[in-house]
Each structure stands twice: as C-alpha cells, then as structure tokens.
Design a protein. Structure first.
Length: 80
C-alpha cells in the first residue's frame, strides 16, 4: 500500500484532482482531501481504496498512452 504522501505526489504528477480520486475510491472528497494533505489520518480501508484507485487510474492512463504509440498493435492490452 502507498503512503498518503506517495498517493498525493503521484496524484499531482498525473493531474488527477482530489474529487476524481475520491470518486474512483468510493469515498467522500471531504475525507480524502484532508488525508492527502496530511491533516487527517484516514481509516485503513480508506487508505487502501485511495491507493488502489490511484494505481488503477495510472494503469488506465498508461494503457491509453501506449495505445497511441504508432507501433502499438491494434487492440493491445498492455497490463502486466
């Protein structure tokens, strides 16, 4: 599992806003925001969901970008 600091840094790096990450994780942005800012300790389950949602978003973004590559086979699935 990623730490809140790692989640926040990676969230910012890919340009994902707190509201979208919270929605993907199935939690309230009012819970996710303070946790990501280091102002509040999230419940363990919330931290797991935020971490998983971020990784899934990163995988989706990676797959999208790889599909744009001119040498990518049509319909290729790049999940490892």
């Amino acid at each position: 599992m990623l730490t809140m600091e790692q989640i926040e840094a990676r969230r910012r790096r890919i340009g994902l806003n707190v509201e979208d990450l919270a929605a993907a994780a199935g939690c309230n942005p009012n819970t996710a925001g303070p946790a990501l800012a280091g102002k509040r300790l999230p419940r363990y389950g919330t931290a797991i969901r935020l971490s998983a949602a971020l990784v899934e978003t990163e995988i989706g973004l990676r797959d999208y970008l790889l599909a744009l590559h001119p040498l990518a086979p049509s319909g290729a699935d790049h999940r490892s």
